[in-house]
Ligand binder design. Sequence first.
Ligand SMILES: C[S@@+](CC[C@H](N)C(=O)[O-])C[C@H]1O[C@@H](n2cnc3c(N)ncnc32)[C@H](O)[C@@H]1O
Length: 416
Amino acid sequence: MNTPSRGPQHNEGADTCQGKPCPPNLARRVKRHAWAPAWNWFAVCAPGLEGPLFQEMRALGLEPLPAEPDGGGVGFRGKLEAGYLANLWLRCCARVLLRLADFRVRTWDDLVRQARAIPWEVFLPAGAPLRVKVSLKGSNLKHSGRVAEEVLAAAAASLGKIGLAPPGLAASQEPAQAIMVRGVDRRCQISLDASGEHLHKRGYRLAAGKAPLREDLAAALLALAGYDGSQPFLDPMCGAGTLAIEAALLARGLPALGEERDLAMLAWPCHREPTWRHLREKALAQALAAAPQPILARDAQTSAIKAATANAQRAGVAADLAIAKADFFQTPPPAGPPGLLAMNPPYGKRLGSVRQAGEFAQRLGAHLASHYPGWRVAVMLYLPQWLEVLGLRDARTLAAPFGGLKVTLAVGKVKG
Ligand SMILES: C[S@@+](CC[C@H](N)C(=O)[O-])C[C@H]1O[C@@H](n2cnc3c(N)ncnc32)[C@H](O)[C@@H]1O
């Protein structure tokens, strides 16, 4: 889904929406229902990334809520500002949801009552295209179509009550606000997507290599390695540069979200543009002017070098990266003290077969042992047994889904 374009927003301290008078009460309702209360939010992540996401949240000063039984993300509580912060900074997060209702449900009346109690008018732009996504598992509410209809009717009634045009159902590819309804057994949650497009789309990676690593996985691998920019960094098989760019963003303390990226919550009537602008400006003001240690990105392919260079420029970290064409097996390690070598080596089909990929892993392991003693290695593996083949000591791993496969993120020391 694309991020919906911004509609008119309520202006702080005035009863106008972009110069036009607000419907009676909207200004007051925004302050009362959207700005004053703390809400529950849920940061969705790929299954397996909850640990690094939890740590990121703590570091950001957001208070994580107790773990959800099904995982799939980490909840937190806070005002609107917490939602902005999460979207701006959480690198391992897929999207941020605002939990509008979380209740026990036995009958349709329970759903209708809860959906009608939500102050939709402060979150949904009048007349905006809307999508309602319903997932039910073991719920008393058996009919997902009817769930969507009831929630849509509640939202329309809420806007209509103060003279605003109701939201309309979005066409399939149309950018839209998205309501998510999740019914598992007796529990039902109604949420609004605050992010829009998946947050791994930071906005910098327009040039993709052949098998680019998703940005949230790259960030999780760096988090597993405890990378903070204070040590030299090398990705010897950088492809489109994702790992090195994520490393540079981290090293400089720059936010995850690119400057050009839009968010669904920036179109909500309750959006506070001055607060959002302040958070963005503060983030940039606090960032380091340059990465404190070298960040090297190498690849054997000219096309990968071009893509990595273009992406690094768009991310605003080109000056922090030394990008060079080089074959890993024919190039000496960088001069200076050992650091972190992070990579997402080619695998399977690209190498012809899983057996050949295993042989490649063996070659990698031998090369690491002979040329990179003292280095730590962070690697994404398509088969967990390659960890042994690589011969890493004291390895820590994390499994996550990627491209229809379960991949292993591993961090360990080079033997020797
Ligand atoms: C799976 S891709 C890496 C994708 C990258 N992480 C990204 O996000 O775009 C593997 C990369 O390894 C590179 N590669 C393969 N063998 C290499 C070698 N011997 N030396 C350097 N690079 C190599 C390929 O050119 C390819 O770009």
